[in-house]
Design a protein around this ligand. Structure first.
Ligand code: NIG
Ligand code: FE
Length: 422
């Protein structure tokens, strides 16, 4: 049966003639329609137009469509969280407390905590334990209006566990309403066993892990933590180019803690995105603009690590397409709240109310190569649609720190109603 959303005060479509991720002033053009209804047929959007026009164009569909009354609220595309470390064992609240007492993120990691601690928990967890834990996290994402999540492996650092993480993500993609897009990140840290022999681990990734990821189609992207004390730009380049040869699209954790020419490397290897970029150089930003590399900014991480925020305003003005995301992970950003991340981006990176919507919908969709399917409300795109408890989009960030999600429609099905999972 078709569905028809009526009585929306605003329908924010994010639709545009321009294909590809939005840049510069186009990031602020979100396309707010009034006086229109949204018609859904099956998993897709059939049309968005004034009711009479939909009646004329789709008489049979409209006749017995289920009516969803938006009651003067706003309607927008489902949010896309394009950078998370979704599947992992355990939590790290003790490290948070250590950081509050003065330890730094890298101190903790170099002392064997941080990513290494989560690696131990993830190795020890069974498939089913990881599945159940992550399923619960996904329910929270959905309640906050997120309908697609990118998920990185990288807490195994051995093939067995990396594979387990990606297979958990695959099963969740099949069984949970949220769509999951997988990224292999065997190069998230050098496992303790390889300290002093870092290149041996790099070779294992290149010779053993990447070919299996590609052969078994376990991921679409290949990501590296290019950071002082983790992987050098040269090691990162080798890993990213080896993956690219096998059809895995490069992504890169770049310039997160110390400047390391990660943005430059992203542009050089043709990465779809460079992520974090807290301390990216002017030259790196310029090269990303020239190469149309998407900047995936993660202000929750800067907030939680009390680090300087990425220069989002400068990146947008320089012509870099910007997306924003939670970076959901147990160390540097344990939040699933993309609306809170939008708020941080407004208040700490100089982004406008319109730009943060673009950055969490259509540009985030492009950052995971899904820009043709999701991220905007347009005929023939997926019916991933939110109804939010506000009468206009400007109130979303004005009433901050709250979850405004009222209804979530995923693949044409109502999965959250009045804020509650169906
Ligand atoms: O994106 N920087 C590397 N990876 C994550 C943090 C992972 C962790 O602390 O567990 C990040 O910030
Ligand atoms: Fe990350």
């Amino acid at each position: 049966m078709a569905k028809l959303i009526v009585n929306a005060n605003e329908v924010i479509t994010l639709a545009s003639e321009q294909k590809g991720p939005r840049t510069k002033q186009a990031m602020g053009e979100i396309n707010v329609l009034t006086g229109v209804a949204v018609l859904i047929e099956g998993e897709k959007i059939a049309g968005i137009a004034p009711l009479q026009q939909l009646h004329d164009e789709f008489p049979h569909l409209i006749q017995d469509a289920e009516i969803i009354d938006a009651c003067g609220k706003i309607v927008m595309p489902g949010l896309v969280d394009c950078h998370t470390h979704l599947v992992h064992g355990g939590t790290r609240e003790n490290e948070f407390n250590m950081r509050l007492c003065g330890a730094t993120y890298m101190d903790i990691m170099n002392a064997g905590g941080g990513i290494h601690s989560t690696t131990l928990h993830t190795r020890a967890a069974s498939f089913d334990e990881l599945y159940e834990k992550t399923y619960a996290h996904l329910n929270d994402f959905l309640k906050y209006g997120v309908t697609t999540v990118e998920a990185k492996s990288g807490y195994g650092l051995d093939w067995e566990t990396e594979r387990k993480q990606m297979e958990v993500a695959k099963k969740l993609h099949d069984n949970h309403p949220i769509d999951i897009v997988s990224t292999f990140m065997g190069a998230h840290a050098v496992p303790k066993e390889y300290k002093g022999n870092e290149d041996d681990y790099v070779n294992i990734i290149i010779d053993h892990m990447l070919p299996q990821v590609a052969e078994h189609k376990l991921a679409e992207f290949n990501d590296v933590f290019c950071e002082k004390g983790v992987f050098t730009p040269e090691q990162s380049r080798r890993i990213l180019l080896a993956g690219k040869k096998l059809g895995l699209i490069p992504k890169i954790h770049a310039d997160e803690i110390e400047p390391y020419e990660g943005a430059e490397l992203a542009a050089e290897v043709g990465a779809i995105s460079a992520e974090h970029l807290l301390v990216a150089s002017d030259e790196g930003i310029k090269r990303m603009a020239d190469a149309s590399t998407i900047a995936v900014l993660l202000p929750g991480t800067a907030f939680f690590l009390r680090a300087p925020f990425a220069r989002g305003r400068l990146m947008i003005d320089s012509g870099v397409p910007v997306a924003i995301s939670t970076d959901f992970n147990p160390g540097s950003s344990p939040t699933i709240s993309l609306p809170f991340i939008q708020n941080l981006a407004c208040l700490n990176m100089g982004m406008t109310l319109e730009e943060v919507l673009t950055a969490t919908t259509i540009n985030a969709a492009y950052a995971i190569n899904r820009g043709d399917e999701i991220g905007s409300l347009e005929a023939q795109k997926k019916a991933d649609i939110l109804i939010l408890n506000v009468p206009n989009y400007k109130q979303m960030q004005y009433f901050y720190g709250m979850n405004h999600t009222h209804t979530v429609i995923k693949n044409g099905e109502v999965v959250v109603k009045e804020g509650v999972l169906v």
